[in-house]
Design a protein around this ligand. Structure first.
Ligand code: IMO
Ligand code: MG
Length: 419
């Protein structure tokens, strides 16, 4: 394969950043294709931890071109501070789509205000993602190319003032304009037609990773609506969000955590309600990289992974955080759901129906050994191998990569992904 989508297969925070960074050393380019600064991708290289929100996880790899594609919503203030926070590690092989959409502080303001008004709160990251995508669909937001033209920016802010008033919100738009002005100029140096660029890279045989943010169950089309994000993080959304033909994608690497987490509200059928959740949360450092919120913890849900395989396609699995499960006597893997004691062979589309599902578990014996220094599959404890094999058997997908710690070296690779 040459062009591979690396994407989250459940509710986000699966470990996409580590794998995307790892694979960036075998590729020419990493493209972020949707979402915005709601993402929190942490990468540990040589004991140094990086947290990326907008930048692709290949940004610290000097060989790699990094692209923010048209499907993204980009907050120029966050982008600039993220680039600056990299200091000497910043690599400016960066291209930003002229067709990506802008997020401004007023979108964050609206995000928080709308959440506060809602009876049923989504638990958003408060980064302005929903309001920015809403404005895009409403055909009133600015594209990056227009944002760099300051006349358009002023006009847009004036329109926004009216909407803010309707929420009884006030914002000093004059000072926002003055604040934003230098960022528009800063961003302009990276802006280009990335659809054209990506197509040229493909034509010249370059290897590309398309790095997803969030996860399939947060997908606006196929996820647990309305408890979702406002974009489409699944592999099949890459063509439209990057401007390439669908047949130019060779395959996908589904990032699957060895257990499940969810941050924010919404259904979570395999959620663990007892003390074990705290143990896993603490050991797995399951706190949001973007918001610091504690993540909800659950058993591995293969009903979700099989659904993701159907709607998006998963060529291989990268299994993350397997080391966190060491020391748990008995492990549960959800194989499918039942409603009224009858197995169901589809993923429920409504919250009401999801509330009725009972996960059916395969119970496996755990292991006590520390996995964090293991680099070969055959050195894993036999019960850990059985855990991996169960995933392969139930999903019909090969587990190609196993991560046993945050560092790039703590990775078991069982085969080649790229040609
Ligand atoms: P990464 O890329 C986990 C969740 C929020 C909320 C819902 C909507 O690190 O996997 P939004 O701010 O997008 O409007 O919030 O989506 N959410 C994530 N959960 N990981 C993420 O990103 C997320 N990005 C958004 O918690 O439930
Ligand atoms: Mg994250």
């Amino acid at each position: 394969m040459k062009r591979v989508v690396v994407f989250g297969c459940s509710w986000g925070d699966e470990g996409k950043g580590k794998i995307s960074n790892l694979l960036s050393y075998q590729t020419d380019c990493v493209v972020r294709f949707q979402g915005g600064a709601n993402a929190g991708h942490s990468v540990v290289v040589n004991n140094k931890r990086y947290a990326f929100h907008l930048l692709p996880s290949g940004i610290i790899n000097p060989q790699c071109l990094n692209i923010l594609a048209n499907g993204m919503v980009i907050d120029p203030l966050i982008l600039k501070s993220e680039i600056e926070s990299l200091g000497d590690d910043a690599v400016f092989k960066l291209a930003i789509s002229n067709r990506a959409t802008i997020v401004l502080p007023i979108h964050q303001h609206l995000d928080i205000a709308k959440e506060n008004l809602k009876g049923q709160k989504i638990g958003t990251t408060g980064k302005g993602i929903g309001p920015a995508y809403s404005d895009k669909i409403d055909r009133i937001n600015l594209k990056v190319g227009q944002f760099c033209d300051l006349f358009n920016l002023k006009k847009y802010l004036l329109d926004k003032e009216l909407e803010l008033k309707s929420y009884n919100l006030s914002y000093d738009l004059d000072s926002l304009y003055t604040q934003i002005f230098p960022y528009a100029r800063y961003m302009a140096s990276f802006v280009t037609d990335t659809a054209q660029l990506i197509n040229e890279l493909i034509a010249s045989g370059k290897k590309i990773i398309f790095e997803g943010a969030q996860g399939s169950m947060l997908d606006i089309e196929h996820g647990t609506y309305p408890f979702v994000t406002s974009s489409s993080p699944i592999a099949s959304s890459v063509p439209i969000n990057c401007g390439i033909a669908p047949w130019l994608i060779d395959g996908s690497l589904g990032i699957v955590k060895a257990y499940t987490t969810r941050v924010g509200n919404g259904p979570f059928p395999t959620e663990i309600q007892d003390e074990l959740a705290t143990i896993i949360r603490t050991k797995g450092h399951e706190f949001g990289v973007t918001t610091g919120r504690p993540r909800r913890i659950g058993w591995l849900d293969l009903a979700v992974i099989k659904y993701t395989k159907m709607i998006s396609g998963i060529s291989y699995i990268s299994l993350m955080l397997l080391d966190v499960l060491s020391g748990i006597k008995q492990l549960n893997i959800c194989t499918h759901y039942e409603i009224d004691h009858q197995p169901i062979n589809y993923y429920p589309s409504t919250i009401e129906e999801l509330e009725k599902v009972e996960p059916v578990y395969l119970q496996l014996a755990g292991w006590d050994e520390d996995l964090t220094k293991i680099t070969k599959y055959q050195d894993l404890p036999i019960n850990a191998q059985k855990y991996v094999q169960a995933i392969e058997q139930i999903t019909g997908i090969k587990v190609l990569i196993i991560s046993v710690g945050p560092d790039l070296k703590q990775t078991i690779v069982r085969g080649k992904l790229f040609d």
